[in-house]
Design a protein around this ligand. Sequence first.
Ligand SMILES: NC(=O)c1ccc[n+]([C@@H]2O[C@H](COP(=O)([O-])OP(=O)(O)OC[C@H]3O[C@@H](n4cnc5c(N)ncnc54)[C@H](OP(=O)(O)O)[C@@H]3O)[C@@H](O)[C@H]2O)c1
Length: 400
Amino acid sequence: MSLATPSLKTATQPKRLTVLGSTGSIGCSTLDLVERNPEAFQIEALTANRSVSRLALQAKRFGARLAVVADETCYADLKEALSGSGVEAAAGPAAVAEAAARPCDWVMAAIVGAAGLAPTLSAIRQGRVVGLANKETLVCAGGLMTGEVTRCDAQLLPVDSEHNAIFQVLDLENRQTVDRLVLTASGGPFRSWSLEEMAAVTPEQAVAHPNWDMGAKISVDSATMMNKGLELIEAHHLFEMPEDRIDILVHPQSVIHSMVSYVDGSVLAQLGQPDMRTPIAYALAWPERMATPVDRLDLAAIARLDFEAPDPRRFPALALARAALRAGGTAATTLNAANEVAVAAFLAGQIAFVDIAAVVEETLDRHPSTPLTSLEGVEEADGRARETAGRLLEERGGRA
Ligand SMILES: NC(=O)c1ccc[n+]([C@@H]2O[C@H](COP(=O)([O-])OP(=O)(O)OC[C@H]3O[C@@H](n4cnc5c(N)ncnc54)[C@H](OP(=O)(O)O)[C@@H]3O)[C@@H](O)[C@H]2O)c1
């Protein structure tokens, strides 16, 4: 079991945090909580890709020791923005991974996509407690990553709201009493749209999620429901649960964040507002709890909670993810890489919304799964899938 178990000593000193992807939606929510609890937390390092001014502002405000941009061409701008502040500047993917390895108590893994794999692993290999938002890394590296967590005595605390909910209600001491996991899904902005309507969806419509305020990539994933497919694979690895015992249930209000069904017929759920500061706070304060400014749930005002089964015809990404998980090996790596390429092309206006799942499916068809035995194998499978997906985009008239 790669998850944290509540034997961790409660820190009396402020926790020293490194936030990977601090300029994104999860990163900013994490820093919002840090700012409200200045006695409890200190910042060691912050990282971004290209958002220099936001990163420099954060680094100065939180007194970080180090700020890193992954894109080397942004180094001079970062250095200038930090001059005189005493914050060290660095750039490049290797520097992001080094930042993740610096001594600290807790690392937030909130880079988007497979780019988060090397830095997240770098923190894991130092035996850190890692708050895992970056689901794509677990999807593409699966058992290899959880194997590293065990080998290095690291701890993973799920930040994704569904997995955090399960973590809150899962009886880790009595795993044999767990029957099924139920991942809830909002259904995204196109939950009730026809396929014809979905064919004309614009990037602006796809990123406007009805309940959650998130980065562009995960918003599109929510709209295709690939996000739920990635979460299914994430849940399989985090909770060691077979694919056929993880259900997906559409719940448009996003109040129930997920559930665990037990052998005696009990179903335990975690409820709350759709605000990522709740699961982030749970992971930050674990094994305790901390106060947040999140609105309290008013169930009388909400009045009703709805549920429905997902529609596999309009949301083919779900079946693709299930098939990839069943296939094992490199299949989920291929699925994730092709999806990242297709989503980027859709956001750039190069392909239609409904082409995203089609590109993923065709890439999977062209790369039958092979066993995944090393992290180098993950990189190779990821690279091959990106190349194929890029070629498929060209064939469809989009650019890689
Ligand atoms: N947002 C949510 O509510 C939510 C909920 C559950 C799980 N998650 C997961 O959390 C992760 C982050 O999501 P998000 O919504 O916060 O994404 P986001 O808003 O797009 O932020 C992504 C962060 O990663 C950085 N980044 C992007 N590409 C990078 C690269 N190649 N190398 C290093 N850093 C890079 C970005 O830097 P720049 O600002 O410079 O681009 C930014 O700091 C994703 O895996 C997502 O699936 C998010």
